[in-house]
Design a protein around this ligand. Structure first.
Ligand code: PEP
Ligand code: CO
Length: 453
């Protein structure tokens, strides 16, 4: 029996509890947390196992360039910034990006939102100092409150229930938008938002939207019944988040009545972050046993040995589409550190979708105090990623970005440049800086160009 099979025999939704779990809060009242776990276990799943299986099948096509994965959304969702308009704007910019990618490459874009469950955040320090006051760090709305005071920062398990209900309401709206007409390709022009439309990338998008409309007109003239083509009127839109807060993930993990397999029904795709991907740690243990598609973030400290071991542990049966590796090396390091990983995985024969997260390796503290990223660094890492994939003869399978549909000023640069002095104008993120809708569209045009080459 292989080691992986031995691990699998020992797996249960709570087997992670026997291993060291990094980045977990210290609940002041363990009984209260257990009660919340019991409450969540009785609530309906947010997604179905069958949906997760369909996503795995779609991802398998990204292994060899027959599809491209786009993961996008907030760094952290928030209880406060929760509105129908916010969800609509985010979805709209993701749809625009997806049209740019699909039209530019001729292959389907697999659309995955960091949404409906992306609340919990890993932190580089367990506490935050302001002046001479030291308090627990903010770990995301599932755990404590952003406000810097002692009571607000105390972990409160009741927040898990609120996160569940907000996720359910968000997912409900996302499903309605995806299937109920908003995502109809006939609206490709209408998606160009006010503040985007006038920008260079908005105008570039308008040209493309015009071409799509003409193509549809042409098909109609040829006698094709476009109304009957469901694929023109609806999209598949999947959800994902970092599986960081394991009590929550455990409580949403259910056995599929059709196959008898375990699925984490809190989202379609779950990923393990750069700070929690230890091979013997609790997070990898938990994700090894659920049958959803799984992602792993890889920073510059990842070695070829680590990465191949993670593949063996998380996908021992080598199922195509099961595993996505998100490279987040930073623009300066990607050319040096990524190619050995790509080659090692290719030689191991593990089927892996390689995707680029060009955000998390390029964050820095601006002199004004804001955490930011330069749009140029984001593009530079993307180019480095595509070059590394080409040199290792591996398909560039996707991108993973933090964005919002709103006109924020959190990342520097872009064609209508966000300058240093603009940062404070609309800096609204609770965690990492996000691309605004213009920058997101600009990025999509750049990725489409890289894919075409
Ligand atoms: C994130 O995706 O928000 C994140 C924290 O990423 P990473 O684990 O790659 O740092
Ligand atoms: Co982030």
């Amino acid at each position: 029996m292989s080691t992986a099979e031995l691990f699998a025999m020992d797996w249960s939704p709570d087997s992670w509890r026997r291993r060291p779990a990094a980045q977990q809060p210290e609940w002041p009242d363990a009984d209260a947390m257990d009660q919340v776990g019991a409450e969540l276990r009785n609530l309906p799943p947010l997604v179905f196992a069958g949906e997760a299986r369909t996503l795995t099948e779609s991802l398998a096509a990204a292994l060899d360039g027959r599809a491209f994965l786009l993961v996008a959304g907030d760094c952290a969702e928030s209880f406060q910034a929760f509105s129908a308009d916010g969800i609509r704007d985010k979805l709209r910019v993701i749809l625009q990006m997806s049209v740019v990618l699909t039209y530019g490459t001729g292959v389907p874009t697999i659309k995955v939102g960091r949404i409906a469950g992306q609340f919990t955040k890993p932190r580089s320090s367990a506490t935050e100092m302001r002046g001479d006051v030291e308090l627990p760090s903010f770990r995301g709305d599932t755990i404590n409150d952003f406000a810097f005071d002692e009571l607000a920062r105390r972990p409160d398990p009741g927040r898990l229930v609120r996160a569940y209900h907000q996720s359910a309401a968000t997912l409900n709206l996302v499903r309605a938008f995806a299937k109920g007409g908003f995502a109809d390709l006939a609206r490709v022009h209408a998606w160009n938002q006010e503040f985007v439309a006038g920008s260079p990338e908005g105008r570039q998008y308008d040209v493309l939207a015009g071409e799509i409309e003409r193509a549809l007109q042409f098909m109609r003239a040829c006698g094709i019944d476009l109304e009957a083509e469901l694929a023109l009127h609806q999209v598949d839109f999947w959800t994902a988040h970092e599986a960081l807060l394991l009590e929550y993930e455990e409580a949403l993990t259910r056995r599929d009545s059709i196959t008898g397999d375990w699925y984490d029904c809190s989202a379609h795709l779950l990923w393990v972050g750069e700070r929690t991907r230890q091979l013997d740690g609790a997070h990898v243990e938990f994700l090894s046993g659920v049958n959803n598609p799984i992602g792993v973030k890889l920073g510059p400290s990842a070695t070829p040995h680590d990465v191949v071991a993670l593949c063996a542990r998380l996908n021992p049966r080598r199922q195509p589409g099961r595993l996505v590796l998100f490279s987040r090396m930073g623009a300066d390091r990607v050319a040096e550190v990524l190619p050995p990983l790509l080659r090692a995985v290719r030689l191991s024969g593990h089927p892996v979708v390689w995707a680029c997260d060009p955000m998390h390796g390029n964050t820095f503290a601006h002199s004004s105090g804001y955490k930011t990223r330069r749009f140029d660094d984001v593009l530079r890492e993307l180019r480095g990623f595509f070059e590394a994939c080409e040199s290792a003869d591996v398909a560039a399978g996707g991108v993973h970005v933090e964005l919002t549909g709103e006109n924020v000023t959190e990342c520097l640069g872009g064609s209508e440049e966000v300058l240093d002095e603009h940062l404070e104008q609309r800096y609204e993120t609770m965690c990492d800086p996000r691309l605004n809708a213009r920058q997101s569209l600009d990025l999509a045009f750049n990725v489409a160009e890289l894919l075409r080459r």
